[in-house]
Ligand binder design. Structure first.
Ligand SMILES: C[S@@+](CC[C@H](N)C(=O)[O-])C[C@H]1O[C@@H](n2cnc3c(N)ncnc32)[C@H](O)[C@@H]1O
Length: 317
């Protein structure tokens, strides 16, 4: 049974879908889409795609909608079993709706739910979902990956380490599509107290830089800008890059879709990250958090986060 925290996170990921759809860099997305279509057309074997930190599967939904999964085998992994269950449920619902996305499940033996999605007349797509740690999966299960996707994920891990692990599993001419990589700027408008606003956001970013998972430094508040050279150093060539900022603000008096929830979740995340920060006056910080929630309820808060997207491939000498 999922905890209320896990359920809230899954709802946050669902709410993030529309925010990400607007944010994804259009140039990088188009280059990615053309390259995937070429890859699928040029071969008889399915294109093997692997997504790390796939959450509740919204990238799969996006790629299905964009007709980018023809003739493909898609492996989506996430360390949270709850997220993988939600992904399976969402895909199942989509399948149950029938039409082009008629699905057959379960599919053969495997470590998680699997679906064959009929994308007639263009072929089929097989989707396998697994609850697994990305590093473990890359070490033991992945091979011959043609397309590696990581969306809103790389800024949570040690980038040089994961790029090294990824390089062990790629097929020649593979594509890397790395999107929504946070890059050190969070903007909240209107200001409450400029000095306090700045201190809180600076301290919040510092928590990303200090994050340790399993004894290893995991995360970088400037992953976006650092990724360019990290990719080069790991033997990759950047084919396209561009910003993919989240911009969430009220339109016609309210926030679209479930984006008010998305904003409340972001404010709660800042609150949780800094709950014990000795640099902050407790009462002033709590008042600030309450005021940010109030701004959302009053449809006044505008939230911007700077991020970058990349398309890359292994460099040939
Ligand atoms: C910010 S969320 C993004 C999820 C999804 N890509 C999206 O944008 O909706 C990051 C995801 O990475 C997963 N995650 C974190 N560390 C992981 C790891 N070491 N291996 C696999 N998944 C991981 C989390 O469970 C979470 O679902």
């Amino acid at each position: 049974m999922a905890s209320s925290q896990q359920q809230a996170f899954a709802r946050y990921l669902a709410a993030k879908r529309t925010v990400d759809d607007r944010a994804l860099n259009a140039h990088v997305w188009q280059r990615f889409g053309s390259a995937v279509r070429r890859m699928a057309a040029d071969r008889s074997a399915p294109v093997r795609m692997l997504e790390l930190g796939a959450g509740i599967g919204t990238m799969i939904e996006r790629l299905l909608t964009a007709d980018l999964l023809h003739n493909s085998e898609y492996f989506a992994i996430d360390s949270s079993a709850v997220n993988i269950d939600v992904a399976a449920e969402r895909l199942g619902q989509r399948a149950a709706a029938g039409g082009r996305f008629a699905a057959v499940a379960p599919l053969g033996p495997g470590s998680g739910p699997a679906y064959v999605i009929d994308l007639a007349p263009a072929g089929t797509c097989t989707i396998r979902l697994s609850a697994a740690d990305a590093f473990d999966y890359l070490e033991s299960e992945a091979a011959d990956v043609d397309v590696l996707i990581a969306h809103a994920f790389l800024d949570l891990v040690d980038v040089p380490r994961i790029l090294e692990s990824i390089s062990q599993v790629l097929a020649p001419d593979a594509l890397l599509y790395f999107t929504i990589n946070f890059d050190g700027a969070t903007i909240l408008e209107p200001k409450i107290d400029p000095a306090l606003d700045e201190l809180i956001l600076q301290q919040y970013h510092a928590t990303m830089d200090r994050r340790i998972v399993d004894g290893v430094r995991s995360g970088d508040s400037r992953t976006g800008r650092h990724l360019y050279h990290a990719l080069f150093d790991a033997g990759y060539e950047v084919l396209a890059a561009g910003s993919s900022d989240w911009v969430v603000g009220p339109t016609r008096g309210g926030y679209p879709d479930d984006e008010a929830f998305f904003l409340h979740f972001i404010v709660d995340t800042i609150s949780g990250a800094l709950v014990d920060d000795p640099a902050l006056d407790r009462a002033a910080f709590e008042k600030w958090i309450t005021e940010r929630h109030r701004q959302i309820d009053q449809h006044r808060l505008v939230f911007i986060a700077h991020q970058l997207d990349y398309l890359a491939r292994p460099r040939t000498q």
